[in-house]
Write a protein that binds this ligand. Sequence first.
Ligand code: SF4
Length: 419
Amino acid sequence: MQTVAFHTLGCKLNFSETSSIARQLEREGLSKVEFDAVSDVYVINTCSVTDNADKECRMLVRQIQRRAPEAAIVIMGCYAQLKPHDIAAIEGVDLVLGAAEKFNLATHLKALQKNEGAKVFSCDIDTVDEFHSAYSYGDRTRSFLKVQDGCDYNCSFCTIPLARGASRSDTVANVVAKAHEIVAMGVKEVVLTGVNLGDFKYVENGQSVDFYDLIKALDEVEGIARYRISSIEPNLLTPAIIDFVANSKRFMPHFHIPLQSGNNKLLRLMRRRYQRELYADRVAAIKAAMPHACIGVDVIVGFPGETAADFQITFDFLHELPISYLHVFTYSERPNTHAITLPDIVPMAERKARNQRLRELSIKKQVHFKEQFIGQSRAVLFETAGKEGLIEGFTDNYIKISAPFQENLVNQLILTVIN
Ligand code: SF4
Protein backbone atom coordinates (compact mmCIF):
# COMPACT_ATOMS: atom_id res chain seq x y z
CA MET A 1 0.00 0.00 0.00
CA GLN A 2 1.52 3.25 -1.17
CA THR A 3 -1.31 5.73 -1.13
CA VAL A 4 -4.21 6.58 1.21
CA ALA A 5 -7.24 8.83 0.79
CA PHE A 6 -9.57 10.13 3.49
CA HIS A 7 -13.17 11.33 3.64
CA THR A 8 -14.53 12.81 6.87
CA LEU A 9 -18.18 13.19 7.84
CA GLY A 10 -19.48 15.15 10.82
CA CYS A 11 -17.88 17.48 13.34
CA LYS A 12 -14.64 19.36 13.94
CA LEU A 13 -13.53 16.55 16.28
CA ASN A 14 -13.72 14.04 13.42
CA PHE A 15 -11.68 16.36 11.18
CA SER A 16 -9.00 16.77 13.85
CA GLU A 17 -8.78 12.98 14.27
CA THR A 18 -8.67 12.22 10.54
CA SER A 19 -5.88 14.78 10.11
CA SER A 20 -3.79 13.32 12.97
CA ILE A 21 -4.31 9.73 11.79
CA ALA A 22 -3.29 10.78 8.26
CA ARG A 23 -0.04 12.27 9.61
CA GLN A 24 0.58 8.96 11.46
CA LEU A 25 0.21 7.02 8.17
CA GLU A 26 2.45 9.50 6.34
CA ARG A 27 5.13 8.89 8.98
CA GLU A 28 4.70 5.18 8.16
CA GLY A 29 5.51 5.94 4.51
CA LEU A 30 2.07 6.19 2.89
CA SER A 31 1.31 9.17 0.68
CA LYS A 32 -1.95 11.03 1.15
CA VAL A 33 -3.98 11.58 -2.05
CA GLU A 34 -7.31 13.33 -2.72
CA PHE A 35 -10.45 11.26 -2.11
CA ASP A 36 -11.53 11.50 -5.76
CA ALA A 37 -8.15 10.16 -6.95
CA VAL A 38 -7.23 6.47 -7.34
CA SER A 39 -5.69 5.18 -4.08
CA ASP A 40 -4.59 1.88 -2.52
CA VAL A 41 -6.53 2.55 0.69
CA TYR A 42 -9.61 4.65 1.38
CA VAL A 43 -10.57 5.65 4.93
CA ILE A 44 -14.04 7.03 5.74
CA ASN A 45 -14.42 8.68 9.17
CA THR A 46 -18.15 8.47 9.91
CA CYS A 47 -20.66 10.43 12.01
CA SER A 48 -23.68 9.13 13.95
CA VAL A 49 -25.60 12.38 14.40
CA THR A 50 -27.04 12.57 10.88
CA ASP A 51 -30.00 10.26 10.22
CA ASN A 52 -28.63 9.12 6.90
CA ALA A 53 -25.16 8.15 8.10
CA ASP A 54 -25.62 4.66 6.67
CA LYS A 55 -26.85 5.91 3.27
CA GLU A 56 -23.85 8.26 3.01
CA CYS A 57 -21.45 5.47 3.96
CA ARG A 58 -22.92 3.06 1.36
CA MET A 59 -22.82 5.71 -1.37
CA LEU A 60 -19.13 6.50 -0.67
CA VAL A 61 -18.20 2.79 -0.70
CA ARG A 62 -19.93 2.31 -4.08
CA GLN A 63 -18.07 5.37 -5.46
CA ILE A 64 -14.74 3.89 -4.34
CA GLN A 65 -15.52 0.49 -5.85
CA ARG A 66 -16.21 2.12 -9.23
CA ARG A 67 -13.03 4.24 -9.02
CA ALA A 68 -10.60 1.67 -7.56
CA PRO A 69 -12.04 -1.87 -7.34
CA GLU A 70 -8.74 -3.26 -5.89
CA ALA A 71 -8.48 -0.67 -3.11
CA ALA A 72 -8.86 -1.50 0.58
CA ILE A 73 -11.80 0.27 2.26
CA VAL A 74 -11.68 1.20 5.96
CA ILE A 75 -14.66 2.59 7.88
CA MET A 76 -14.11 4.22 11.29
CA GLY A 77 -15.71 6.83 13.54
CA CYS A 78 -18.99 7.16 15.43
CA TYR A 79 -21.25 5.23 13.05
CA ALA A 80 -18.63 2.43 12.92
CA GLN A 81 -18.73 2.24 16.74
CA LEU A 82 -22.55 2.13 16.81
CA LYS A 83 -23.17 -0.28 13.90
CA PRO A 84 -19.94 -2.21 13.19
CA HIS A 85 -21.60 -5.33 11.78
CA ASP A 86 -24.07 -3.44 9.59
CA ILE A 87 -21.06 -1.69 8.03
CA ALA A 88 -19.04 -4.91 7.74
CA ALA A 89 -21.93 -6.33 5.72
CA ILE A 90 -21.60 -3.58 3.10
CA GLU A 91 -20.01 -5.18 0.03
CA GLY A 92 -16.46 -3.86 -0.50
CA VAL A 93 -15.70 -2.93 3.11
CA ASP A 94 -12.45 -4.55 4.38
CA LEU A 95 -11.95 -3.08 7.85
CA VAL A 96 -14.23 -1.56 10.49
CA LEU A 97 -12.58 0.23 13.43
CA GLY A 98 -14.47 1.30 16.57
CA ALA A 99 -13.75 4.28 18.86
CA ALA A 100 -10.77 2.61 20.59
CA GLU A 101 -9.11 1.15 17.46
CA LYS A 102 -9.15 4.04 14.95
CA PHE A 103 -5.83 5.34 16.30
CA ASN A 104 -4.23 1.93 15.59
CA LEU A 105 -5.08 2.15 11.88
CA ALA A 106 -1.43 1.88 10.81
CA THR A 107 -1.06 -1.47 12.61
CA HIS A 108 -4.32 -2.83 11.22
CA LEU A 109 -3.35 -1.85 7.66
CA LYS A 110 -0.11 -3.86 7.89
CA ALA A 111 -2.16 -7.03 8.61
CA LEU A 112 -4.91 -6.27 6.08
CA GLN A 113 -5.48 -8.57 3.06
CA LYS A 114 -8.03 -7.52 0.38
CA ASN A 115 -10.98 -9.86 -0.36
CA GLU A 116 -10.70 -11.75 2.94
CA GLY A 117 -14.08 -10.45 4.12
CA ALA A 118 -14.49 -7.46 6.40
CA LYS A 119 -12.57 -7.47 9.69
CA VAL A 120 -14.23 -5.75 12.65
CA PHE A 121 -12.17 -4.33 15.55
CA SER A 122 -14.57 -2.77 18.01
CA CYS A 123 -15.43 -3.09 21.66
CA ASP A 124 -18.04 -2.18 24.25
CA ILE A 125 -18.05 1.63 24.46
CA ASP A 126 -18.05 1.45 28.27
CA THR A 127 -14.50 0.09 28.12
CA VAL A 128 -13.23 3.03 26.04
CA ASP A 129 -11.40 5.32 28.47
CA GLU A 130 -8.16 6.34 26.73
CA PHE A 131 -7.72 9.92 25.46
CA HIS A 132 -5.97 10.35 22.10
CA SER A 133 -4.92 13.89 21.29
CA ALA A 134 -5.41 15.22 17.77
CA TYR A 135 -5.41 18.38 15.71
CA SER A 136 -6.15 19.24 12.12
CA TYR A 137 -3.60 20.77 9.80
CA GLY A 138 -3.38 21.46 6.10
CA ASP A 139 -6.98 21.44 4.89
CA ARG A 140 -7.89 24.82 6.41
CA THR A 141 -6.21 27.99 7.69
CA ARG A 142 -7.60 27.27 11.13
CA SER A 143 -6.60 24.23 13.15
CA PHE A 144 -9.16 22.19 15.12
CA LEU A 145 -7.42 21.15 18.36
CA LYS A 146 -9.04 18.25 20.24
CA VAL A 147 -8.81 18.73 24.02
CA GLN A 148 -11.72 16.60 25.29
CA ASP A 149 -13.63 13.49 24.14
CA GLY A 150 -16.79 11.58 25.16
CA CYS A 151 -19.69 12.78 27.30
CA ASP A 152 -21.20 11.92 30.70
CA TYR A 153 -24.50 13.71 29.99
CA ASN A 154 -27.55 11.77 28.82
CA CYS A 155 -29.60 14.13 26.70
CA SER A 156 -32.58 12.05 25.68
CA PHE A 157 -32.13 12.57 21.89
CA CYS A 158 -28.39 11.97 21.67
CA THR A 159 -26.33 8.93 20.59
CA ILE A 160 -22.91 10.55 20.98
CA PRO A 161 -22.13 9.06 24.42
CA LEU A 162 -22.93 5.63 22.89
CA ALA A 163 -20.45 6.32 20.06
CA ARG A 164 -17.67 8.12 21.91
CA GLY A 165 -17.92 6.89 25.51
CA ALA A 166 -17.37 8.62 28.84
CA SER A 167 -15.99 12.15 29.15
CA ARG A 168 -12.17 12.26 29.22
CA SER A 169 -9.67 15.07 28.76
CA ASP A 170 -6.13 15.77 27.65
CA THR A 171 -3.77 17.51 30.10
CA VAL A 172 -3.10 21.26 30.04
CA ALA A 173 0.62 20.57 29.49
CA ASN A 174 -0.05 18.35 26.48
CA VAL A 175 -2.57 20.75 24.93
CA VAL A 176 -0.10 23.63 25.32
CA ALA A 177 2.58 21.47 23.69
CA LYS A 178 0.23 20.79 20.76
CA ALA A 179 -0.49 24.51 20.47
CA HIS A 180 3.26 25.16 20.12
CA GLU A 181 3.45 22.46 17.41
CA ILE A 182 0.60 24.19 15.57
CA VAL A 183 2.34 27.60 15.86
CA ALA A 184 5.48 26.04 14.33
CA MET A 185 3.35 25.05 11.32
CA GLY A 186 2.40 28.68 10.72
CA VAL A 187 -1.24 28.39 11.83
CA LYS A 188 -2.64 31.57 13.37
CA GLU A 189 -6.08 30.44 14.57
CA VAL A 190 -6.91 27.44 16.76
CA VAL A 191 -10.44 26.16 17.37
CA LEU A 192 -10.70 24.18 20.62
CA THR A 193 -12.89 21.14 20.07
CA GLY A 194 -14.36 18.19 21.95
CA VAL A 195 -17.69 16.46 22.48
CA ASN A 196 -18.57 18.31 25.72
CA LEU A 197 -15.73 20.82 25.67
CA GLY A 198 -16.66 22.69 28.84
CA ASP A 199 -16.44 19.38 30.72
CA PHE A 200 -12.65 19.39 30.27
CA LYS A 201 -11.36 18.30 33.67
CA TYR A 202 -9.00 15.99 35.55
CA VAL A 203 -7.21 15.74 38.88
CA GLU A 204 -3.41 16.21 39.10
CA ASN A 205 -1.51 15.90 42.39
CA GLY A 206 -4.83 16.12 44.22
CA GLN A 207 -5.64 19.38 42.38
CA SER A 208 -8.68 19.51 40.07
CA VAL A 209 -7.94 21.13 36.74
CA ASP A 210 -10.73 22.42 34.50
CA PHE A 211 -11.54 24.30 31.27
CA TYR A 212 -10.88 27.70 32.87
CA ASP A 213 -7.32 26.57 33.76
CA LEU A 214 -6.84 25.34 30.20
CA ILE A 215 -7.81 28.60 28.48
CA LYS A 216 -5.67 30.62 30.90
CA ALA A 217 -2.63 28.51 29.97
CA LEU A 218 -3.36 28.65 26.22
CA ASP A 219 -3.72 32.44 26.30
CA GLU A 220 0.02 32.62 27.11
CA VAL A 221 1.15 30.64 24.02
CA GLU A 222 3.12 33.08 21.84
CA GLY A 223 2.43 32.85 18.11
CA ILE A 224 -1.24 31.91 18.23
CA ALA A 225 -3.19 35.00 17.17
CA ARG A 226 -6.65 33.64 17.86
CA TYR A 227 -8.53 30.93 19.73
CA ARG A 228 -12.19 30.02 19.31
CA ILE A 229 -14.20 27.87 21.69
CA SER A 230 -16.05 25.65 19.18
CA SER A 231 -19.10 24.93 21.33
CA ILE A 232 -19.82 24.96 25.08
CA GLU A 233 -22.82 23.83 27.13
CA PRO A 234 -24.57 26.82 28.78
CA ASN A 235 -24.32 25.34 32.27
CA LEU A 236 -20.54 24.92 31.78
CA LEU A 237 -20.02 28.45 30.42
CA THR A 238 -19.26 30.06 33.77
CA PRO A 239 -19.15 33.82 34.44
CA ALA A 240 -15.39 33.35 35.07
CA ILE A 241 -14.90 31.98 31.53
CA ILE A 242 -16.95 34.84 30.02
CA ASP A 243 -14.95 37.40 31.99
CA PHE A 244 -11.68 35.74 31.03
CA VAL A 245 -12.50 35.78 27.30
CA ALA A 246 -13.54 39.46 27.56
CA ASN A 247 -10.10 40.38 28.95
CA SER A 248 -7.93 37.79 27.17
CA LYS A 249 -5.21 38.44 24.58
CA ARG A 250 -6.21 35.72 22.14
CA PHE A 251 -9.70 34.32 22.80
CA MET A 252 -12.22 35.63 20.27
CA PRO A 253 -15.56 37.24 21.29
CA HIS A 254 -17.48 34.34 19.72
CA PHE A 255 -19.55 31.79 21.62
CA HIS A 256 -21.47 28.83 20.18
CA ILE A 257 -23.85 27.64 22.88
CA PRO A 258 -26.32 24.73 22.34
CA LEU A 259 -29.81 25.73 23.61
CA GLN A 260 -31.88 23.01 21.89
CA SER A 261 -35.20 24.56 23.06
CA GLY A 262 -36.40 27.87 24.48
CA ASN A 263 -39.19 26.06 26.31
CA ASN A 264 -38.52 24.65 29.79
CA LYS A 265 -41.01 21.78 29.35
CA LEU A 266 -39.03 20.60 26.31
CA LEU A 267 -35.67 21.14 28.05
CA ARG A 268 -36.87 18.74 30.76
CA LEU A 269 -38.01 16.17 28.16
CA MET A 270 -34.61 16.52 26.46
CA ARG A 271 -32.90 15.99 29.84
CA ARG A 272 -30.86 19.15 29.35
CA ARG A 273 -29.09 20.43 32.50
CA TYR A 274 -30.48 23.97 32.61
CA GLN A 275 -33.62 25.95 32.14
CA ARG A 276 -33.97 28.80 29.68
CA GLU A 277 -33.44 31.44 32.36
CA LEU A 278 -29.83 30.30 32.83
CA TYR A 279 -29.31 30.54 29.07
CA ALA A 280 -30.68 34.07 28.94
CA ASP A 281 -28.42 35.01 31.88
CA ARG A 282 -25.34 33.72 30.04
CA VAL A 283 -26.26 35.67 26.90
CA ALA A 284 -26.83 38.82 28.97
CA ALA A 285 -23.48 38.34 30.76
CA ILE A 286 -21.65 37.94 27.44
CA LYS A 287 -23.27 41.02 25.94
CA ALA A 288 -22.58 43.05 29.08
CA ALA A 289 -18.87 42.13 28.97
CA MET A 290 -18.53 42.12 25.14
CA PRO A 291 -21.39 44.00 23.36
CA HIS A 292 -19.72 43.13 20.01
CA ALA A 293 -19.60 39.39 20.76
CA CYS A 294 -21.07 36.86 18.32
CA ILE A 295 -23.39 34.24 19.82
CA GLY A 296 -24.40 31.16 17.85
CA VAL A 297 -27.18 28.86 19.02
CA ASP A 298 -28.04 25.19 18.34
CA VAL A 299 -31.77 24.45 18.48
CA ILE A 300 -33.81 21.32 17.78
CA VAL A 301 -37.37 21.59 16.40
CA GLY A 302 -40.15 19.00 16.34
CA PHE A 303 -39.08 17.13 19.48
CA PRO A 304 -41.77 14.72 20.77
CA GLY A 305 -44.28 16.64 22.87
CA GLU A 306 -43.54 20.04 21.25
CA THR A 307 -46.95 21.55 20.47
CA ALA A 308 -47.39 24.53 18.14
CA ALA A 309 -47.75 26.71 21.24
CA ASP A 310 -44.55 25.23 22.73
CA PHE A 311 -42.70 25.99 19.52
CA GLN A 312 -44.00 29.57 19.53
CA ILE A 313 -42.51 29.99 23.03
CA THR A 314 -39.11 28.89 21.65
CA PHE A 315 -39.51 31.20 18.64
CA ASP A 316 -40.37 34.21 20.82
CA PHE A 317 -37.51 33.42 23.23
CA LEU A 318 -34.96 33.35 20.38
CA HIS A 319 -36.53 36.42 18.77
CA GLU A 320 -35.97 38.41 21.99
CA LEU A 321 -32.40 37.21 22.67
CA PRO A 322 -29.48 39.33 21.29
CA ILE A 323 -27.97 36.35 19.46
CA SER A 324 -26.23 36.37 16.05
CA TYR A 325 -27.17 33.15 14.23
CA LEU A 326 -28.92 29.79 14.67
CA HIS A 327 -28.00 26.24 13.69
CA VAL A 328 -31.40 24.59 13.36
CA PHE A 329 -31.81 20.80 13.54
CA THR A 330 -35.00 18.87 12.78
CA TYR A 331 -35.53 16.25 15.48
CA SER A 332 -34.82 12.77 14.06
CA GLU A 333 -35.42 9.49 15.86
CA ARG A 334 -32.16 7.77 16.88
CA PRO A 335 -32.06 4.12 17.98
CA ASN A 336 -31.25 3.41 21.66
CA THR A 337 -32.19 6.90 22.82
CA HIS A 338 -34.79 7.69 25.51
CA ALA A 339 -36.52 10.22 23.22
CA ILE A 340 -37.59 7.44 20.85
CA THR A 341 -39.91 6.14 23.59
CA LEU A 342 -41.65 9.48 24.14
CA PRO A 343 -45.30 10.06 23.06
CA ASP A 344 -46.80 12.91 21.03
CA ILE A 345 -44.71 12.54 17.87
CA VAL A 346 -44.65 15.69 15.71
CA PRO A 347 -45.44 14.98 12.02
CA MET A 348 -42.32 15.41 9.79
CA ALA A 349 -44.02 18.10 7.65
CA GLU A 350 -44.67 20.14 10.79
CA ARG A 351 -41.07 19.61 11.95
CA LYS A 352 -39.83 20.90 8.62
CA ALA A 353 -42.14 23.92 8.73
CA ARG A 354 -40.81 24.88 12.17
CA ASN A 355 -37.24 24.39 10.93
CA GLN A 356 -37.96 26.78 8.05
CA ARG A 357 -39.34 29.48 10.39
CA LEU A 358 -36.20 29.39 12.56
CA ARG A 359 -33.91 29.46 9.52
CA GLU A 360 -35.68 32.63 8.40
CA LEU A 361 -35.22 34.08 11.89
CA SER A 362 -31.51 33.14 11.76
CA ILE A 363 -31.02 35.11 8.54
CA LYS A 364 -32.66 38.17 10.14
CA LYS A 365 -30.40 37.80 13.20
CA GLN A 366 -27.25 37.54 11.03
CA VAL A 367 -28.18 40.63 8.99
CA HIS A 368 -29.03 42.61 12.14
CA PHE A 369 -25.77 41.51 13.81
CA LYS A 370 -23.57 42.50 10.85
CA GLU A 371 -25.34 45.86 10.40
CA GLN A 372 -24.04 46.97 13.82
CA PHE A 373 -20.46 46.89 12.50
CA ILE A 374 -20.83 48.42 9.03
CA GLY A 375 -18.11 51.04 8.53
CA GLN A 376 -16.03 49.72 11.46
CA SER A 377 -12.50 48.30 10.94
CA ARG A 378 -12.01 44.83 12.44
CA ALA A 379 -9.17 42.33 12.09
CA VAL A 380 -9.95 39.64 9.50
CA LEU A 381 -7.93 36.41 9.18
CA PHE A 382 -8.06 35.77 5.45
CA GLU A 383 -8.11 32.07 4.68
CA THR A 384 -7.84 30.59 1.22
CA ALA A 385 -9.21 31.37 -2.22
CA GLY A 386 -13.00 31.37 -2.19
CA LYS A 387 -15.38 31.41 -5.15
CA GLU A 388 -15.17 33.74 -8.18
CA GLY A 389 -11.64 35.06 -7.53
CA LEU A 390 -12.46 36.11 -3.97
CA ILE A 391 -10.67 35.36 -0.70
CA GLU A 392 -12.70 34.86 2.48
CA GLY A 393 -12.05 35.21 6.16
CA PHE A 394 -13.69 35.97 9.48
CA THR A 395 -13.52 38.93 11.84
CA ASP A 396 -12.82 38.37 15.55
CA ASN A 397 -16.58 38.27 16.13
CA TYR A 398 -17.13 35.77 13.30
CA ILE A 399 -18.49 38.01 10.55
CA LYS A 400 -17.63 36.49 7.18
CA ILE A 401 -15.77 38.90 4.90
CA SER A 402 -14.68 38.42 1.28
CA ALA A 403 -12.27 40.51 -0.80
CA PRO A 404 -10.67 40.27 -4.26
CA PHE A 405 -8.14 37.41 -4.11
CA GLN A 406 -4.50 38.35 -3.58
CA GLU A 407 -1.90 35.63 -2.78
CA ASN A 408 -0.29 37.83 -0.11
CA LEU A 409 -3.56 37.94 1.88
CA VAL A 410 -3.64 34.17 2.52
CA ASN A 411 -3.40 33.39 6.26
CA GLN A 412 -2.89 37.11 7.04
CA LEU A 413 -4.62 39.13 9.75
CA ILE A 414 -5.70 42.37 8.07
CA LEU A 415 -7.60 45.32 9.56
CA THR A 416 -10.60 45.55 7.24
CA VAL A 417 -13.53 47.96 6.98
CA ILE A 418 -16.81 46.07 7.28
CA ASN A 419 -19.23 46.88 4.43
S1 SF4 B 1 -24.13 17.18 26.05
FE1 SF4 B 1 -25.97 16.06 25.44
S2 SF4 B 1 -26.18 16.54 23.27
FE2 SF4 B 1 -24.08 17.01 23.82
S3 SF4 B 1 -22.91 15.16 23.37
FE3 SF4 B 1 -23.51 15.08 25.52
S4 SF4 B 1 -25.41 13.89 25.56
FE4 SF4 B 1 -25.06 14.59 23.44
